[in-house]
Design a binder for this molecule. Structure first.
Ligand code: F6P
Length: 364
């Protein structure tokens, strides 16, 4: 019997469970592969006692529509940067990758499928370079990977963000207010742009195009002057005014891999007030609602396709590669190519032209 380890790493994302289920179901028809899962990314392997679970068809039955991940996840630490507390109370990190590879050998793991975003796939690449048989499955609500046409989780996040805009439009109109909705996406504005178009927001502020506050205010005033006494703004958490830094959370968790963004809706509200905005403003931070709950049908299907493909790559020994969707095929790219460049919103893309065509203002 051969053993394949499944790992979910980085932030959770609707569709992870559908991938896990698809891997197990595809493996079930082979008879000579057993699927096991590590709890909380690679931490389940690195911890003593080891935390792994056997994933059989019974264990994954009916999980395809559940949000989150039955294997749990983390975006802190990892085999190359395991946090350790020093005697003086400060923290540093140690590389435990060689130890982990030995443990995987001891556990009889023949292949690993690592489901995760760019940070997790960087770990996949480094482990592949050390000789591990590993395959990456991309996941991110941010849609910031260029190596795949789309990732599961993104459509669900856009749907949730759009429903939030829909709700805010009615209250903005009732109170003649400026309502600002902050959505996720890190340094990519895809969730904000899609939700602004789908929800009919008047202003959309993206990380890719630092905004001029006077231009944002001009648009706000223009709307109020034309008797539409309300404005809906969708702002991406990584947006910022020209010359300003990103809005970030003060405290940083030990071993956290990224800079924690957040709070830009409030920053924008104060910038508008300082610039002379006379209208009533309220802010909403959508936060982790965008990552929770039931994946849309599209995301469940894509996740299932990714899971089947990943298992087939294991069966064919196509390691050091990441599953990818290139319409209409589910294919793969080398881990090396997968991580070359982030997928950011460019000025001259179809959806930007559409958004500008319907008068959405980007503050630029
Ligand atoms: O990458 C996914 C994402 O949800 C980003 O959009 C967001 O900036 C970040 O993760 C939030 O991470 P955490 O769950 O650690 O707060």
């Amino acid at each position: 019997m051969k053993r394949c380890l499944v790992v979910t790493g980085g932030g959770d994302c609707p569709g992870l469970n559908a991938v896990i289920r698809a891997i197990v179901k595809r493996a079930a028809s082979e008879k000579d592969w057993e699927i096991v899962g590590s709890i909380e990314a690679f931490n389940g392997i690195l911890r003593e006692p080891t935390e792994i679970v056997i994933l059989d068809e019974k264990k994954v039955a009916g999980i395809h529509y559940l949000g989150g991940t039955i294997l749990q996840t983390t975006n802190k630490g990892g085999p190359f940067a395991w946090p350790v507390k020093n005697n003086d109370g400060t923290w540093s990190t140690v590389d435990r990758s060689d130890e982990m590879l030995r443990k995987l050998q001891y556990l009889g793991i023949d292949a690993v499928i690592n489901i995760g975003g760019d940070g997790s796939q960087r770990i996949s690449k480094r482990l592949a370079d050390k000789g591990l048989n590993i395959i990456g499955v991309p996941k991110t609500i941010d849609n910031d990977l260029t190596a795949t046409d789309s990732t599961f989780g993104f459509q669900t996040a856009v749907q949730i963000a759009t429903e939030a805009v829909d709700k805010l439009v009615t209250t903005a109109a009732s109170h003649n207010r400026v309502l600002i909705l902050e959505v996720m996406g890190r340094y990519a504005g895809w969730i904000a742009l899609n939700a602004a178009v789908a929800g009919g927001a008047e202003i959309c502020l993206l990380p890719e195009f630092p905004y001029h506050i006077e231009k944002v205010l001009d648009k706000v005033n223009e709307r109020f002057n034309r008797d539409h006494g309300f404005v809906n703004i969708v702002i991406s958490e990584g947006a910022r005014a020209v010359g300003k830094d990103f809005a970030t959370q003060e405290e940083q968790e030990v071993g956290y891999r990224n800079r924690r963004l957040g709070g830009v809706a409030n920053v924008l509200m104060h910038e508008l007030i300082e610039a002379g905005c006379q209208h009533s403003i309220r802010t909403t931070v959508l936060g982790h609602l965008q990552r929770g709950g039931i994946p849309t049908a599209y995301d469940r299907i894509l996740a299932t396709q990714f899971g089947v493909k990943a298992m087939e790559m294991v069966l064919n020994g196509e390691y050091s590669r990441m599953v990818s969707y290139r319409h209409p095929e589910i294919t793969s790219v080398s881990l090396e190519d997968a991580l070359q460049k982030p997928n950011l919103v460019e000025y001259d893309t179809a959806l930007m032209r559409t958004a500008m065509g319907i008068g959405i203002n980007f503050g630029i």
